[in-house]
Design a protein around this ligand. Structure first.
Ligand SMILES: C[S@@+](CC[C@H](N)C(=O)[O-])C[C@H]1O[C@@H](n2cnc3c(N)ncnc32)[C@H](O)[C@@H]1O
Length: 205
């Protein structure tokens, strides 16, 4: 088991997942942003580093039928599965490291909230980008949120890579068009403010 997997498994095993800094009680706003892309409801959507996030719940409610949730920590996914109950059978679950996971394709929407920024080794970042470019559909979207340049330098005791939209575009390489980016403040359960850069990009393919 890799150090990365051990770290994240212990986070979900030892902490209250509703008290971790990234917890969001409600993902309706994100689901509405995804709806605004006007994708057919049988489009393949992958949530990278989904953990125990409630985004899958919101997207199931919206009627998306090809949802894939991937995380390196099995326990994070199990929390989501138990919360969903029978509806968990309508999601494809992948317990894997995104940089070497077997992924479905073609992905219409690659969603990542606060997973990519944990990759600080350029070789790992490029492995992530290879996965993205290999599995994203032509015309596919990337919705990615990472800590902003002036945001936190660490999360879950790990150093992160901070981004703005220009740096993200450079990291992803040619072929991506930035549709929209903005900085947003996330308020943690402990009341701290964290600045995120939210980016929506589209791949020419
Ligand atoms: C800060 S949490 C965000 C969780 C979720 N996206 C949310 O918004 O609630 C980061 C998540 O990414 C997962 N993660 C970290 N590195 C990963 C990797 N290399 N491959 C897959 N998942 C990873 C962690 O296990 C954790 O669930």
């Amino acid at each position: 088991m890799s150090d990365r997997q051990q770290h994240w498994d212990s986070v979900y095993r030892d902490k209250n997942h509703q008290r971790v800094s990234w917890f969001q009680a409600d993902c309706q706003a994100e689901a509405a942003e995804i709806n605004a892309l006007d994708l057919p409801h049988d489009s393949l959507i992958l949530d990278v580093g989904a953990g125990a996030s409630r985004l899958v719940d919101a997207l199931l409610q919206e009627g998306y039928s090809q949802l894939h949730a991937l995380d390196i920590a099995r326990d994070g996914l199990v929390i989501a599965q138990q919360r969903l109950g029978d509806a968990a059978a309508n999601v494809h679950w992948h317990c894997a490291d995104i940089i070497r996971a077997e992924l479905p394709r073609p992905i219409a929407l690659w969603h990542d909230r606060a997973a990519f920024h944990f990759l600080t080794d350029p070789a790992d970042q490029q492995a992530y980008v290879r996965q993205l470019r290999l599995h994203l559909a032509p015309g596919g979207y990337v919705m990615l949120a990472a800590f902003a340049i002036n945001g936190p330098a660490k999360c879950s005791d790990l150093v992160v890579e901070q981004y703005n939209s220009e740096k993200l575009l450079t990291t992803l390489g040619e072929g991506f068009a930035l549709i929209h980016s903005e900085q947003r403040v996330h308020v943690t359960p402990a009341g701290a403010e964290q600045l995120f850069e939210h980016c929506l990009l589209r791949w020419a393919g």
